[in-house]
Design a protein around this ligand. Structure first.
Ligand code: SF4
Length: 589
């Protein structure tokens, strides 16, 4: 057990009144473990029903779990809020130093309420909370903001700097929050909620350290987890190539969504594979705090000066599978150079790369079909592979020179409801699709998942298992597999462990870690708590209007065969019904 563990302290910050206070809430971290489990209960409490996601009543909740800062790869922090993109549950996980900084500052959760009249940034250094003028930062890109704050704030090395770019300021529904330059709270528009509160950045630092009652046993378990992580062949691949190792296998399986999913393989896949990126551009790898895997791949990209021959500036740009899929294959961009330029623009503005790529892919098809013209696109002729024109289109999503871009800034679901083309608008539950056209489980997962992401239930991996076994899934089998995985993921995201470490953090290891921390929890207890947290999320979702029976399915997904053959609407609807039945039979959260 950790002596004097401050995890049950929740820091509240009211931006309207510029006040802060601390409340002890031990039950959140005992009964709900922390992380996702704590955050969803705080969201139920702090977010009034039917609130405007961009109104001052929408709270931002950050939470860490019992293992953050204590065990390896427990390196993420959870953010919860009402999403301006889906109008429903917003849940996003970010890494970098965010989790360790909050835990070492002496808090288990942080709740930000209200709205400032003028741009500010917040700094939390242990018990000292300051509201600082950010007028000069407003209008700056995410990296420049980070640079300025790095110099102004104390405690380098042990602090996190979370900030938004112009996309968040303009409240683009899929604006992200950038943390430590290379990590993000990417999906569902946390950046827009920051922007709506005039909150440009949040700095947190902490210097606490923990003392275990039984340091020897702690050391034994720590070493066991650490060694399992560094010797796992999967982690070796994450370290060597990163998630971009997925490009070639998915392309070969015909599961790589390409050109707005008109195709599921890309003729230029070799040119944008993880191997090609690594051979030509890999400059360094970095890791989130307390992680020995170091999966974050950074390209060193040389850009020539226009007037000086032989002079270059080198930009360090992080890349991974989802970015290469969405800003590469989905837009038909088949060169590393084109993708890196797009990533850099998206980063500077502070947009979610996946939503941006999918939105532009839909807009390209709209224009090619003559459903919109250059009047809507502000003179741009969107064309597969033309990254130069996409660079301007990305800027326009934020600048919004036409009504069309204003609609596109609210996501492809909204834009297609206004301009048509819903059958090829690839959003699920309002969230733009991830890069896995692997089969029915992926799509059922995107549709029913709490955050409409591939990380809900890992449907892509369920499909891959069926494909490897040469079996055909059933609607019931898919629903059961997704729910089983999701219940366990609630535990991992309450700890808060990076999902890349899920193979190491088995129920047995988690139960041992908890017992060491002084909580008597069996594997069965953990699975029960996971089911309760999951149910609690759907209670929030249904309260805010989520309806399993009213999900829009873009018919484009039925056109290209997956590795498991064609996907049918009948299968998907049937599986959704089973998912709902199983969920409703789970214990009350
Ligand atoms: S595996 Fe990668 S994303 Fe996960 S904690 Fe480690 S460095 Fe961060």
């Amino acid at each position: 057990m950790i002596e004097g563990d401050p995890i049950s302290r929740v820091l509240y910050i009211d931006l309207t009144r510029r006040r802060s206070w601390v409340e002890e809430q031990p039950e959140l971290f005992k009964e709900r473990l922390g992380g996702t489990g704590a955050a969803i209960e705080l969201l139920h409490k702090e977010c009034p029903p039917s609130v405007n996601p961009l109104g001052p009543e929408n709270p931002i909740i950050f939470a860490v779990g019992q293992l953050n800062g204590v065990f390896p790869i427990a390196s993420k922090m959870v953010a919860m809020f009402k999403s301006p993109l889906t109008g429903n549950l917003g849940e996003s996980h970010g890494g970098g130093r965010s989790a360790v900084a909050l835990r070492m500052a002496g808090y288990g959760a942080l709740v930000i309420k209200g709205r400032s009249e003028t741009p500010i940034y917040l700094s939390v250094h242990m018990d000292e909370v300051s509201f600082k003028d950010a007028s000069v930062l407003w209008g700056m890109g995410s990296s420049a903001t980070g640079r300025v704050i790095r110099e102004r704030e104390p405690k380098p090395g042990i602090r996190t700097i979370m900030r938004i770019g112009q996309a968040g300021e303009r409240m683009v529904s899929y604006a992200c929050v950038v943390t430590e330059t290379y990590r993000h709270f990417g999906r569902l528009g946390l950046g827009a909620v920051f922007g709506s509160k005039k909150l440009k950045a949040l700095v947190i630092s902490g210097r606490r350290s923990f003392k275990f009652k039984d340091p020897r046993q702690y050391r034994v378990l720590y070493d066991e987890v650490f060694n399992a992580l560094v010797t796992s062949p999967l982690m070796k691949k994450y370290h060597e190539l990163g998630t971009s190792m997925n490009i070639l296998p998915l392309n070969e399986m015909r599961a790589l969504p390409t050109q707005n999913l008109a195709k599921s393989d890309f003729e230029c896949a070799d040119g944008i594979s993880g191997e090609t990126f690594a051979e030509r551009y890999l400059g360094r790898r970095v890791a989130c705090a307390h992680c020995p895997v170091s999966c974050i791949h950074i390209a060193a990209f040389r850009i020539p000066y226009e007037t000086e021959p032989y002079f270059y500036k080198t930009k360090m740009i992080s890349y991974d599978y989802e970015l290469i899929y969405s800003l590469g294959a989905m837009l038909g961009v088949g060169t590393c150079e084109g993708i890196l330029k797009l990533i850099e623009e998206v980063e500077t503005l502070g947009l979610d790369a996946m939503s941006t790529g999918v939105s532009l892919a839909w807009a390209t098809e709209m224009q090619q079909r003559g459903l919109i013209t250059e009047r809507e696109t502000a003179g741009l002729k969107l064309q597969w592979g033309d990254y130069g024109v996409y660079l301007n289109a990305v800027k326009n999503i934020v600048g919004q020179p036409t009504e069309f871009y204003t609609a596109l800034a609210r996501g492809v679901d909204y834009a297609s409801s206004k301009y048509g083309g819903e059958e090829f608008a690839l959003a699920f539950g309002g969230n733009e699709m991830p890069g896995y056209h692997t089969g029915p489980a992926a799509y059922v997962g995107y549709l029913v998942g709490a955050r409409h992401s591939h990380l809900d239930g890992a449907g892509y991996s369920v499909d891959e298992k069926f494909a490897k076994a040469g079996k055909h899934p059933t609607p019931e089998g898919v629903a059961e597999a997704l729910i089983a995985e999701e219940k366990w993921r609630q535990i991992l995201s309450s700890l808060v462990v990076c999902y890349f470490g899920r193979g190491v953090y088995t129920p047995e290891i988690v139960a041992r870690a908890y017992n060491l921390l002084g909580y008597q929890l069996s594997c069965e207890d953990l699975v029960k708590i996971g089911a309760e947290i999951l149910r609690s999320k759907y209670n929030f979702k249904c309260r805010e209007g989520f309806d399993f029976g009213k999900l829009r399915i873009p018919t484009r997904i039925f056109k290209s065969p997956t590795p498991l053959g064609p996907v049918t609407e009948e299968f998907i609807r049937e599986s959704i019904k089973h998912f709902k039945t199983i969920l409703e039979s789970a214990p009350e959260g």
